[in-house]
Design a binder for this molecule. Structure first.
Ligand code: AMP
Ligand code: ZN
Length: 289
């Protein structure tokens, strides 16, 4: 049988995908889009890169410097090129011969959207449907912790109460969706992997304010992973990108993010490597029937 995933031979956390894996992932993206048919979300897709300024404004370098992938490029002269090639041929670190560019690898799908939302929101706010390849410099070889993976997100912006209520409703919707996929989910308060000693305080404060919840499922008999997170950002992104309400206050934002590869791995772990033999109910939810 074809492999589900093809690990890169020289870099951990990077996988090619076989046909079965990609088929499951395609079905998942369609099914996720149908979870809340009542909501007319604005669909927008961005490339897997975002301007460096965007992540600087989000505070990503303050909070998650260890996860960011930065794009560098060669901008030198012929002479500097010779030095670059010398270093490459000698198997030396050639990073110093490159220059920081104006791009970084997108760390979370919603980030690319916020700069487009600057200004005053309509009275009932906005709802976006985004999906992107994301990169995180994860220090692990577990297939569930990839360095390059796809994240589908819904993002809600508006007044504090409806935004928080929307996030809370999605926690229940997420549970129902994962249950319909036969994945026995649980929901847990969570915090982001903030960097360093100061980061621990940020994580405690995030937990205390109940800003992040994760939906966790079995990956295999001994491992459970988060396949979805429900996040309330207060006015963090409203402030960073000048997104306001008609009454002059800053907009609040929330997002719910699905880890598509983790979901596919959990489904393949729970129901087996052959989707055509999965339970009929699960196949129906995924539009495979
Ligand atoms: P987060 O923004 O960290 O809450 O991530 C949202 C979702 O993306 C998580 O619940 C995971 O399902 C998925 N995810 C995050 N990091 C990874 C990773 N390294 N590999 C695969 N999926 C990931
Ligand atoms: Zn997000």
């Amino acid at each position: 049988m074809e492999p589900l995933l093809l690990p890169d031979r020289h870099a951990s956390g990077i996988y090619g995908r076989g046909a079965v894996f990609e088929h499951v992932l395609d079905c998942l993206t369609i099914a996720i889009g149908g979870i809340d048919p009542s909501a007319a979300a604005e669909v927008v897709r961005f490339p897997p890169l975002v301007s460096r300024m965007t992540v600087e404004r989000c505070g990503y370098l303050h909070y998650f410097p260890h996860l960011l992938g930065t794009v560098h490029s060669f901008t030198g002269t012929d002479r500097e090129h010779a030095r670059l090639v010398e270093a490459v041929d000698a198997n030396q670190d050639w990073g110093a011969h490159q220059t920081l560019s104006d791009l970084v690898l997108t760390p979370a799908a919603c980030y690319a959207a916020y700069p487009h939302l600057s200004g005053t929101l309509p009275a009932d706010g906005r709802l976006l449907d985004v999906e992107s390849w994301c990169f995180r410099q994860e220090a692990t070889r577990a297939p569930s912790r990839m360095r390059s993976f796809r994240m589908r997100e819904f993002v809600r912006l508006g007044q504090p109460e409806p935004v928080q209520a929307w996030r809370d409703t999605w926690m229940q919707r997420g549970l129902a969706f994962l249950t319909s996929l036969g994945l026995a989910p649980s929901i847990e308060p969570a915090s982001d992997p903030f960097f360093g000693v100061g980061g621990r305080l940020l994580a405690v404060s995030q937990s205390e304010q109940a800003l992040k919840f994760e939906l966790i499922v079995d990956l295999d008999a001994s491992t459970r992973v988060a396949v979805m997170s429900c996040n309330y950002h207060l006015e963090h992104f409203g402030e960073a990108f000048g997104i306001g309400l008609a009454d002059g206050r800053l907009a609040h934002t929330a997002c719910v993010g699905f880890g598509l590869e983790r979901l596919a791995l959990a489904l393949l772990g729970a129901h087996g490597a052959l989707p055509r033999q999965w339970p009929a109910g699960v196949r129906a939810v995924l539009g495979m029937a």
